[in-house]
Design a protein around this ligand. Structure first.
Ligand code: ATP
Ligand code: MG
Length: 463
């Protein structure tokens, strides 16, 4: 028998009327499936998030209708067969997509990778049982309220990530759940229940069976979590299975007056100290992975000369293995290779840095520097912060001033120069000279001035 609960507020002001629990589209989909004689419930992340007072990114619906029946109800035009094999149809309501999945259970797992087959089942109970964690196994119906078969509500109230059923069994069915447990503890700031946590740590090796794509989705979400630091620290054994480059960092003491924490803890703290952005957080996760191999000691102080380049190389390997997109990978690797460099004080050199990084990455480098500094945890490091504040002011000032640091910012173009008689690579060379003169403050970035200087030089050349 299904255990049915009336809606129960979870901690504080929780909206629970159907209007507040679901958006219009999800309510409409459930109503139309019900009118067609089928059961239908909102399930999973959207129920959890609404009860936590968050706005879900998307609403998932589970139904007793088969995918074909779902498509009949919503017509071909408003439904897309996005995952028929898994029983999923995407229903469009006013342009927004909702995943509607037939109640299902999963067949035998061959190797902990993926269910080898999916069986459709009659009832919601079976469908909820195959879900990973109790807080993800809640369902909601506008007339029935919350359906809580696995004590998800109490775990939600107490902030606990707990496997549905036997953790070991659930993790051997699908090892990705090991990483998902850590992800949810980071994103929700929940504690992982003891048996679930110890199984996750014990079985971390099984993550090797899971595809890189599935792991990197979870890793990225984990890094963006509110509780990323504790999740990374408490589950280091799981994390190094996904990013083995981090393994030598765990417990690696820095013996430096600049650093209070070992390399791994410094990394974990720096992740949480930087803005919630995938590029930045991946950068922090990998920025010091080269440190252990570059350790040396002088006068009892640890040093890591040249670790930035080693970290950048290891990071590239890690990101390629995780199949992170090229744009993200290239930016992360670039930021890591630049992360130890002090920000120049001289304006010309600062402009050179901007020329090298571009505006966006220069701003990112500042975020990296602040996060790196905040995670050092020592007095001398705290005093360094002022320097980064100063660099930030200078960089922002420079960007506001509109002074050129790139050829595209010059008030003359290659075409102008070819009118003046410059040809082929002379054009680029002259533009570089003009830019450099502007950056040094010897020339104003004004069209007439630049044209006059170029004409002079063109004239010299021809005479
Ligand atoms: P998010 O807010 O990040 O989307 P979510 O809980 O919706 O979080 P999804 O990955 O979108 O997470 O999965 C939707 C639901 O499907 C989960 O809430 C859970 O019930 C179920 N689920 C997803 N992946 C698994 C898995 N590997 N094993 C068991 N159940 C899963
Ligand atoms: Mg989701």
């Amino acid at each position: 028998m299904n255990k049915r609960f009336p809606p129960v507020p979870v901690g504080g002001t929780v909206p629970l009327s159907p209007e507040e629990m679901l958006d219009d589209g999800a309510r409409e989909i459930i109503a139309r499936l019900n009118a067609g004689g089928y059961e239908a419930y909102a399930v999973g992340g959207c129920v959890r998030d609404r009860l936590l007072g968050k706005i879900p990114d998307d609403y998932d619906v589970a139904t007793s209708a088969t995918p074909e029946q779902t498509r009949e109800i919503f017509s071909e035009r408003y439904s897309l067969p996005t995952g028929l094999k898994h029983g999923t149809v995407t229903v469009l309501v006013r342009g927004k997509g909702y995943e509607v999945t037939s109640f299902r259970t999963e067949g035998e797992y061959e190797d902990g990778r993926r269910p080898s087959s999916v069986f459709f089942v009659r009832d919601l109970k079976e469908d909820l049982r195959r879900r990973d964690f109790t807080v993800n196994a809640l369902a909601y119906h506008p007339n029935e309220g919350i359906i809580d078969l696995y004590e998800g509500l109490s775990d939600l109230k107490n902030g606990i990530v707990r496997a549905v059923g036997e953790p070991e069994r659930r993790f051997s069915e699908d090892a990705l759940r090991i990483l998902r447990a850590v992800r949810f503890s980071s994103v929700l700031r929940f504690r992982v229940e003891e048996k679930t946590a110890s199984a996750a740590i014990r079985m971390a090796e099984r993550l090797d069976l899971v595809s890189a794509e599935r792991k990197s989705v979870e890793l990225k979400k984990l890094l963006l979590g509110e509780g990323a630091r504790s999740a990374l620290l408490d589950f280091a054994g799981v994390i190094v299975r996904v990013v083995p480059e981090l393994a030598p960092c765990v417990g690696f003491e820095q013996n430096s007056r600049w650093h209070r924490y070992d390399v791994y803890e410094h990394i974990a703290r720096s992740v949480e100290a930087c803005p919630k952005d995938t590029v930045l957080r991946l950068t922090m996760l990998l920025h010091d992975v080269g440190k252990p191999s570059r350790y040396s000691e002088k006068d009892g102080q640890g040093h890591f000369y040249g670790h930035e380049a080693v970290s950048a190389r290891l990071a590239k390997n890690a990101l390629e293995r995780l199949k992170i997109d090229n744009k993200t990978k290239n930016t992360v690797v670039k930021l890591i290779s630049l992360h130890g460099r002090p920000f120049p004080v001289k304006e010309y050199k600062l402009k050179k840095l901007l020329a090298e990084t571009g505006r966006e990455d220069a701003l990112r480098l500042l975020d990296v520097a602040f996060a790196d500094n905040a995670a050092q945890g020592t007095e001398p490091a705290a005093r360094e912060r002022e320097k980064i504040d100063g660099a930030k002011e200078r960089i922002l000032g420079l960007l506001r001033s509109g002074e050129p640091y790139e050829i595209s910012m010059l008030k003359v173009s290659g075409e102008d120069l070819s009118v003046l008689g410059f040809r082929g690579k002379e054009i680029g060379e002259e533009l570089c000279r003009l830019l450099d003169a502007c950056m040094r403050g010897e020339l104003k970035n004004e069209r007439e001035t630049l044209l006059a200087r170029a004409a002079e030089r063109g004239g010299e050349r021809r005479s």
